[in-house]
Design a protein around this ligand. Structure first.
Ligand code: G6Q
Length: 543
């Protein structure tokens, strides 16, 4: 029987420790320990992490490391990399790390080494991507592909969109990339309104190939294509599929020769480096995609082998636990200071919240501690002109992750120094604030002093990387994947299932016929839902 988290000695010690820690101020922590700015740092795989502006001392850090040890984090990491079925509620292995294992590595699942299959798919993706990029693959009328539209949702969309935006600098500029996810017809219509069907390739990305949104969009895409190309044979030249479900792909009319597979041990939100990344590979080329996978792998190896006190994902994960469970922080802001990372917070929302938004342990017991916080954010400096106000002076404690690069990809003077000056200034201001005395000394009228006082003591991490490349992107994503894993291991939850998402997939299906039937069916919902359905039906018929 697993010991409950709150019964662990390190947990009790952390609780006692928190009774002191809650009154510390970062100002005082830096005054009494000026060396912490150098000491509370770690560097691996080209990522420098400064975690000194957190409300911790060496003792806190030691206790958090002890908690990780007591929770068996090392064994859990080994179990994941080995391919044990650690996704217990779906009885599946969790092997996204195999997707970036180098050719020649061996990871055995159910008696079979999966690495050769991974590379076989990567090779097929590579030759397909090359044909699209070179113009060798032609559409039904003989024209080369100019537009690539990925149709998918959730894990089959957010990774591809984020990676395309992040790596736009490296992408084939002669190709246009669009992403359709929402079942709202507007998404499809706006994404395709200026495209020529004869030059458009649709990638239907769906692990199950049964998801309502994706299949609806895929059927609409087929109708849209055939409306101008008027020959069913065109489908084979303009549609490819990424899926684990060959039977449904065939049923849709896509030749399985144009299907790229993956495996049930790849979770949706961990799949952007599988065939789900086909659009990314077409954008940056097979070599660029390979560099991204190498970046992922480097961080995997760091996570698997580095001692916890130097292990970046472990440190980030433990700090998240410290704030969520002891300070009661309910959210974490992720603030990338790079315009190319504009979709990174949205991607992280799914990764973190779908993984750790759980309320029972692996053994099915309801937890009596907080689990996954809300992750959110926007690129800097834009966020500074909107929600940072609340982080600086509001009543919530919101730990922040600042992400910056020393080199810019677009060296237009003086932008980059200004951008990075903001990263450092914000982290500094959040930590140290501005006292009432400092405000008074500026000659501010007494009535305004409380308004212009900044309490500070708002914790943050700063992640500094050299340059945004496919490799650094891979490292950054793997860093967060493994931080999420660390948090889930401490909380003793299944970070790899998503029953809430599955529920959403069936709920709407029940109501669809109630909206569409010519005569109103007997509605058996609650009175509120029944009334909303009736109002919608009436308005739809009269509008
Ligand atoms: C991810 C989730 C979910 C999933 C989508 C799309 O971990 O399972 O976001 O990716 O629901 O599912 P399909 O790829 O099966 O269409």
């Amino acid at each position: 029987m697993t010991v409950s988290l709150t019964a662990r000695p390190a947990w009790a010690a952390l609780q006692a420790h928190y009774a002191k820690a809650r009154d510390w101020h970062l100002r005082q922590l830096f005054t009494t320990d000026p060396g912490r700015g150098d000491r509370f740092t770690a560097e691996a795989a080209g990522i420098f992490l400064d975690y000194s502006k957190n409300r911790i001392t060496d003792e806190t850090f030691g206790l958090l490391l002890q908690l990780a040890t007591e929770c068996g984090l090392k064994d859990r990491i080994d179990a994941m990399f080995r391919g044990d079925r650690i996704n217990v509620t779906e009885n599946r292995s969790v092997l996204h790390t195999a997707l970036r294992a180098p050719r020649g590595a061996s990871i055995v699942v159910d008696g079979k080494n999966v690495v050769p299959e991974v590379h076989e798919v990567l090779d097929r993706m590579g030759s397909f991507a090359d044909r699209i990029r070179s113009g060798a693959w032609t559409g039904h009328t003989g024209k080369p592909v100019k537009n690539v539209v990925n149709i998918g949702i959730g894990g089959s969309d957010l990774g591809p969109v984020m990676a395309y935006e992040a790596l736009r600098y490296y992408s084939a500029r002669g190709l246009t990339f669009r992403f359709v996810s929402n079942v709202d017809g507007t998404d499809f219509v706006e994404a395709t309104r200026d495209l020529d069907a004869a030059e458009t390739l649709f990638i239907v990305s769906s692990k199950t190939f049964t998801t309502l949104e994706t299949m609806t969009n895929a059927r609409t895409a087929r109708d849209w294509l055939l409306a101008s190309l008027t020959d069913d044979k065109a489908v084979a030249k303009h549609f490819v599929a990424v899926s684990t479900n060959a039977a449904e792909v065939t049923k849709f009319g896509i030749d399985t020769g144009n299907m790229f597979g993956f495996w049930d041990w790849v979770g949706g939100r961990y799949s952007m480096d599988s065939a789900i990344g086909l659009s990314t590979m077409i954008a940056v080329g097979p070599a660029g995609f390979g560099e991204m996978l190498a970046g992922f792998h480097e961080m995997d190896e760091h996570f698997r082998t580095a001692p916890f006190e130097k292990n970046l994902p472990v440190i980030l994960g433990l700090l998240a636990v410290w704030y969520a469970d002891f300070f009661g922080s309910q959210s974490v802001a992720v603030l990338p200071y790079d315009q190319y990372l504009k979709r990174f917070p949205a991607y992280l929302q799914q990764l973190t919240m779908e993984s750790n938004g759980k309320r029972v342990t692996l053994g099915g017991q309801e937890v009596d501690y907080a689990t996954g916080p809300v992750y959110w954010g926007e690129p800097g400096t834009n966020g500074q002109h909107s929600f940072y106000q609340l982080i600086h002076q509001g009543t919530n404690l919101i730990p922040c992750d600042f992400i910056g690069f020393t080199q810019t990809l677009n060296p237009v003077e003086p932008h980059h120094d200004l951008l990075m000056a903001n990263v450092f200034a914000q982290a500094e201001a959040l930590a140290f604030g501005k006292t009432a005395d400092e405000v008074k000394a500026e000659g501010v009228a007494a009535a305004l002093v409380p308004h212009k006082t900044f309490p500070g003591n708002r914790p943050s991490n700063t992640l500094l990387l050299d340059r945004l490349t496919p490799t650094t992107l891979g490292k950054l994503i793997a860093l967060y994947e493994h931080s999420v894993f660390t948090q889930g291991a401490i909380w003793d939850i299944d970070s790899f299932d998503q029953w809430g998402v599955e529920l959403g997939k069936v709920l709407a299906q029940r109501i669809v016929p109630e909206l569409q039937g010519a005569t109103e069916p007997a509605l058996k919902h609650d009175t509120s839902t029944n009334a909303l359905i009736r109002r919608y039906r009436a308005a739809r018929r009269s509008g």
